[in-house]
Design a protein. Structure first.
Length: 175
């Protein structure tokens, strides 16, 4: 082989359904549905092993009612950059940090709550995507690279344009 061609032969593909499904009872999903679900789960695992498959990333939205926080209460990197911060509502990267503040609020008599939300940065325009937009973008990242709109990755929306960095070797070809 010459050039950039690579051999992507990962060996023989074996049917993952060597298991015996239990007998079907009334009201249970069909065995075809269970088999398709199992194949999808096994296929996702194979993709993660053989490719750099994007996985779901979560940010935790914390709401406090009885207490407030200051930005100095957080260590560098705990707050999610680019998302709104208010003393009673904020976004953090770690569930442990989110639960710490919500439990502190509940001990003070409040109703602090924690909500996990999938989030992601668009590789093209660096926009923050939340919830359904992040999930659909993650699915588009799994598409073959030749179907992406830009070399950096798929477009996140109709308004998605590459960020032009002036005087840089990483400048977009459109500049």
């Amino acid at each position: 082989m010459r050039g950039s061609a690579r051999n992507y032969d990962f060996g023989q593909i074996v049917d993952p359904l060597d298991i015996i499904l239990p007998p079907r009872r009334p009201g249970d999903p069909s065995s075809a549905y269970l088999a398709a679900k199992l194949k999808r789960r096994i296929g996702d695992g194979r993709m993660r092993r053989f490719r750099a498959v994007p996985v779901a990333r979560r940010a935790w939205f914390v709401t406090l009612t009885a207490t407030e926080t200051k930005e100095t209460d957080f260590e560098p990197g705990q707050l999610v950059c680019g998302l709104e911060y208010r003393p009673e509502q904020f976004w953090v990267h770690a569930r442990r940090v989110a639960r710490k503040f919500s439990e502190r609020d509940q001990r003070a008599g409040g109703v602090g709550a924690v909500f996990p939300v999938e989030y992601r940065h668009c590789k093209v325009c660096n926009r923050i995507l939340l919830a359904e937009a992040a999930r659909s973008y993650r699915e588009r990242e799994r598409w073959p690279m030749h179907t992406w709109q830009y070399p950096e990755g798929p477009a996140c929306s109709v308004d998605c344009k590459p960020v032009i960095i002036r005087n840089s070797k990483y400048r977009s070809k459109a500049a």
